[in-house]
Design a protein around this ligand. Structure first.
Ligand code: SF4
Length: 373
């Protein structure tokens, strides 16, 4: 197959068949695909958000076959509910590193577990969303950070409430394939029903919440299913315009997980998928998590990836306090070496910094911090 006839992908509708063809490219066609995606790269700036990651609970109603986050609620080491005081202390510490994003990521519907429900009750909260609201509100009022919550599937009403105290929110679609809900990846994960996830992303669009989503590849999906998943996101973006970035995440195996023996996506799989995503989306950032691709992440910049996602300067600090921001320094080196420039961004992209997406309080804070990036 020759790709040479497809020269301009700006505002071009790409069919599922074309996407599948791109995902199946071989030999020198792969180089052509990279070149097409590279041509669509409109900037040489590669962005990242300086964040601090706060897992409010490690309990989750799902049991995904690839999960490395969820913990057993009966294990004494599991974070059942991170105390607010501890959260604020961590956020305060992160200010010293000039972090500007408070990333609250945690298990889905954890409050369906009695142990979490009780912990919430003890603190005077009815459910997880009430607690998250309170934490985000305090984050806004007592720290310089901007909250970004990733809580998995949420109801319209819950997102409406959280919108008031979050500059953006997110949830990976992962895959739009219903078939995967009867495979090792998602068979024990009611929250991975694509219908629920698509509804959550659509509701975020209706509510005008700047949103991060993406796909996870290598969990047993077919090329057709990758194409469908990308098209679902594309359609949601065309309908609501709220998707600020699409993450292309690769499955990584880890000892002890149910999918331990599953083959990881190859570098070429990632190259093809990142390139296709670049061709498919206009004015949406394409993000590849650098920490999942230590040896290969520079390659994705040539395929059109333009964002590294959230990077925490605090992560390594506990290990090596004399070397501040080692990850960011390393990221800068990797970015520069490819001929690109590393640029800090906020948890909300510039296009969404207006009153259509943010209330007055959030907008004021965002505009103030934007000048400090
Ligand atoms: S939704 Fe799945 S991947 Fe996410 S924390 Fe729960 S079990 Fe893990």
């Amino acid at each position: 197959m020759s790709l040479s006839s497809n020269l301009n992908f700006k505002n071009k509708n790409i069919s599922k068949k074309e996407i599948v063809n791109f995902l199946n490219t071989e030999n020198s066609d792969i180089l052509q695909l990279i070149s097409l995606a590279n041509d669509k790269q409109e900037t040489n700036e590669i962005t990242y958000s300086k964040n601090v990651f706060i897992p409010l609970t490690e309990v989750c109603r799902n049991y995904c076959g690839y999960c490395t986050f969820r913990k057993d609620p009966n294990d004494s080491k599991t974070i059942i509910l991170k105390d607010k005081k501890e959260v604020i202390e961590t956020l305060k510490k992160s200010e010293k590193y000039d972090c500007k994003e408070a990333l609250f990521t945690f298990g889905e519907e954890a409050d369906t577990e009695k142990i979490v429900k009780n912990a919430l009750k003890e603190k005077g909260f009815e459910n997880m969303v009430e607690y998250v609201y309170d934490i985000c509100d305090t984050t806004l009022n007592k720290t310089q950070l901007l909250p970004h919550t990733n809580a998995g599937v949420l109801s319209y009403a819950d997102m409406k409430a959280l919108k008031e105290v979050n500059v953006s929110m997110g949830m990976m679609l992962e895959s739009s394939s219903k078939r995967l809900t009867s495979t090792i990846a998602h068979e024990n994960s009611p929250g991975k029903d694509p219908k629920l996830r698509i509804k959550t992303i659509a509701d975020a669009g209706k509510l005008k919440i700047p949103y991060t989503t993406g796909i996870l590849i290598g969990i047993g999906e077919t090329k057709e299913e990758i194409a469908e998943s990308l098209l679902v996101i594309k359609n949601l973006q065309e309908k609501y315009g709220h998707i600020q970035e699409v993450i292309i995440q690769n499955f990584r195996s880890k000892p002890g997980i149910p999918m331990e023996k599953q083959t990881e996506p190859s570098l070429l799989d990632m190259i093809r998928t990142v390139s296709v995503a670049k061709l498919l989306f206009d004015e949406v950032s394409i993000q590849v998590p650098p920490n999942l691709n230590h040896d290969t992440n520079q390659m994705f910049l040539l395929c059109g990836a333009d964002d590294w996602g959230g990077v925490s300067p605090m992560t390594h600090d506990y290990v090596n306090p004399d070397s501040p921001w080692p990850e960011i320094q390393e990221l800068k080196r990797l970015t520069n070496e490819g001929g690109f420039i590393l640029k800090e961004r906020l948890a909300i992209y510039d296009n969404y910094m207006n009153e259509n997406y943010l209330n007055e309080n959030l907008l004021k804070k965002v505009l103030y911090l934007k000048n400090r990036c």
